[in-house]
Write a protein that binds this ligand. Structure first.
Ligand code: ATP
Ligand code: NCN
Length: 219
């Protein structure tokens, strides 16, 4: 007999024996914005996920290598908690914040596999830009043994399978939001509003802490 499971959007039928399905939304979240939240929400709906874990990167090595100034992890973690707090299906993990050294997704997936066991289904959620660069990630070959990858469209980026193993990636259309963290930071620095690009609590957190006001980075 299928059992009923409540979700934010309604009730779906689910077999008692079916494995738990966990989405992982990784990002620098500097700051988290509605593009991230819509991606998590849409993929949860499309793949009937039990939950989505937002995982702020501790040391996003590829961004840092390009010379980007990355806000201290605790601010990014707190903003992620604030932005996701109202959705009962969303959670935030400190797994990457608490790990030393460059942040490699392979380490996160291995840790989550150890924590949740072999039976859960893991879905790693990315935007089109991140998916396009995935073969440059640390130990890229092994990533696809540990999770299914979901690529979401993102304005300004081509959504395509970058040559991942057969059956290991799904490309999905989500409501397109032309929002980036870079643009949010620049707007704050220039004194422009970021209301409605990010959740209200994030606007208030940024105002309260003075984040991004002295950001030297122009893009
Ligand atoms: N507007 C968006 N629509 C869909 N996916 C997005 C969007 N913004 C970011 N993502 C995806 O969310 C993940 C985390 O992104 P990240 O935290 O780097 O945000 P960002 O807006 O790309 O930041 P930045 O502008 O600083 O590079 C990545 O997989 C990225 O592709
Ligand atoms: O594992 C890697 O080498 C790797 C390299 C670049 C990005 N990632 C992950 O991809 C996700 C999106 O990254 P970013 O830089 O677009 O915020 C985030 O979870 C990063 O940790 C992972």
């Amino acid at each position: 007999m299928p059992e009923e499971k409540s979700t934010t959007w309604g009730r779906v039928l689910r077999r008692p024996s079916s494995p738990r399905r966990i989405g992982i939304m990784g990002g620098t979240f500097d700051p988290i914005h509605h593009g991230h939240l819509v991606a998590g929400s849409e993929v949860a709906h499309l793949f009937n996920l039990d939950e989505v874990i937002f995982v702020p990167a501790g040391h996003p090595w590829q961004k840092q290598r390009k010379g980007a100034r990355v806000t201290p992890a605790e601010h990014r973690y707190l903003m992620t908690v604030i932005a996701t707090a109202e959705n009962p299906q969303f959670r935030v993990s400190r797994i990457e914040i608490d790990r030393e050294g460059p942040t490699y997704t392979i380490d996160t997936l291995r840790q989550m596999r150890r924590q949740y066991g072999p039976d859960v289904e893991l879905f790693f959620i990315t935007g089109a830009d991140a998916l396009g660069a995935i073969l440059s990630w640390h130990n890229a070959d092994e990533l696809f043994e540990l999770a299914h990858f979901v690529g979401c469209n993102r304005p300004g980026h081509q959504l395509a399978d970058p040559g991942l193993p057969e059956g290991k990636v799904s490309l999905v259309e989500i409501p397109a939001l032309a929002i980036s963290s870079t643009e949010c930071r620049e707007r704050v620095r220039k004194g422009e509003p970021i209301w409605y690009l990010v959740p209200d609590g994030i606007v208030r957190y940024i105002n309260k802490t003075g984040l991004y006001l002295d950001d030297q980075e122009a893009g």
